[in-house]
Design a protein around this ligand. Structure first.
Ligand SMILES: Cc1ncc(COP(=O)(O)O)c(C=O)c1O
Length: 426
């Protein structure tokens, strides 16, 4: 063996995994147990005191989850990772490690709607506030920074698709103000974009989507880039101050460039509790083994379907950065040269009624509120996820009455096109 690092395809299959030491099982076993027996009293004490790595209780660590954590850290190029129960839990535990009551963060205005809700409403209960900035205008992020700002948050490819974020520009601003850049890399996955290579400090995922990839398990991941200097920085006491729970240990000093991941685990996950079931970790690991193949096929299929729709008389516009005419095409070429992902929106000449008719008449596409499945998925936001908003609010959120969102699956693109054509003419 040489010192050369394995390639992405190899890491997707092997990183973190080895034949099971006890049984020789080649696939990663599902360690479906709540707890782990200590060798002796001293071993137990060293585990509880964070003096040794090992398993105590599945809310905090589990060997199946550990393989998933190591694999995503390798694929993203981070120092360590934490598996949690959902993408929202990953966002929440990240902010819990960064923020104190009265603190603020700046977030892109182009995010998954659930994240917008979480930031605007639920986070208020913790005394955290969000300032929104135009995703296309890095200067707007800088203008929103105050002395209480603890992070910048964005998505690499923004849900509902069609928007590519200039990560390097946001990273420059974050570095200038010495705050971490947190990137939700759900839509891109590390196959399309590796945010740490563009200056991100922390990556979060909804593993529910393309990482798991088969629409069968909810999960989330936090990846520590190991880049941010928490030690000695009083603005981030979870990492930089002595922890009374651990006999005055300073996590950033003891754990160095994975101190953030440890804080998320031993302060966030341990105390707040959104643990990932080992069974879901197993399913997500299986999904990741084929991630490179699937993401390429998702992106290729999406481009074929987007091109077809852009020529269709019933379609007024298509927002997919893979299209050469798209306003984000140059950013897509720079950040995601292998393809622009699976999810995009388009507009129907016939407005709201046409949107409702389309979702009712599609046969192969499933009408549901998810993305990142092997199956192709469709939703008409104005009649579902955004129905409580006024028309003006819907349009501002990119969910106007005419908008349809697709998550293109792995079927034959000719079948997807036939299904769309049939439903558009119905
Ligand atoms: C980009 C993005 N981030 C986070 C989430 C939340 O993830 P989860 O549903 O796993 O909690 C979603 C869910 O759709 C998402 O699309």
């Amino acid at each position: 063996m040489t010192d050369r690092l394995p390639g992405f395809n190899t890491l997707a299959i092997h990183a973190g995994a080895a034949p099971d030491a006890a049984t020789g099982a080649r696939a990663t076993p599902i360690y479906q147990t709540t707890s782990f027996v200590f060798d002796d009293v001293d071993h137990a004490a060293s585990l509880f005191g964070l003096q040794a790595f090992g398993n105590i209780y599945t809310r905090i660590t589990n060997p199946t989850n550990a393989v998933l954590e190591e694999r995503i850290a390798a694929l993203e190029g981070g120092t360590a990772a934490l598996a949690v129960a959902s993408g929202h839990a990953a966002e929440f535990l990240t902010m819990h490690a960064l923020m104190q009551p009265g603190d603020e963060f700046v977030a892109s205005n182009k995010l998954y709607g659930g994240s917008i809700n979480q930031f605007n409403h639920s986070y208020k209960n913790f005394g955290w506030s969000v300032a929104w900035a135009d995703n296309d205008d890095p200067a707007a992020f800088e203008a929103a920074i105050t002395p209480r700002t603890k992070a910048i948050f964005c998505e690499s490819i923004a849900n509902p698709g069609g928007v590519i974020t200039d990560l390097a520009a946001l990273s420059q601003i974050a570095k200038k103000h010495n705050i971490p850049l947190v990137v939700d890399n759900t839509m891109a996955t590390p196959y399309l974009i590796r945010p740490f290579e563009h200056g991100a400090d922390i990556v979060v995922h909804s593993a529910t989507k393309f990482l798991g990839g088969h629409g069968n398990s909810i999960g989330g991941l936090i990846v520590d880039g190991g880049t941010f200097q928490w030690a000695g920085d009083p603005r981030y006491p979870m990492m930089s101050e002595p922890r009374p729970e651990y006999s005055g240990m300073v996590l950033a000093e003891t754990f160095g460039n994975f101190g953030f991941a440890i804080a998320c685990r031993v302060l966030g996950l341990r105390d707040l509790g959104p643990a990932l079931s080992p069974f879901n970790a197993f399913l997500i690991l299986n999904g990741i083994e084929t991630l490179p193949l699937r993401m390429q096929r998702h992106s290729d299929n999406a481009l074929t379907v987007a091109k077809h729709l852009s020529q269709h008389p019933a379609v007024s516009w298509v927002s997919y950065p893979g299209l050469e005419t798209d306003r984000y095409h140059q950013l897509a070429k720079r950040y995601t040269p292998n393809g622009a992902g699976a999810v995009f929106t388009f507009g129907l000449e016939g407005g709201y009624e046409a949107g409702v008719n389309l979702v009712s008449n599609l046969q192969l596409f499933s009408h549901l509120a998810n993305i990142g499945d092997t199956r192709s998925l469709v939703i008409h936001p104005a009649s579902t996820t955004h129905r409580q908003l006024t028309d003006a609010q819907k349009t501002a959120a990119g969910a106007g009455p005419d908008v349809v969102r697709l998550s293109i699956g792995l079927e034959d693109p000719a079948d997807l096109i036939e299904d769309l054509d049939g439903a558009l003419s119905a």
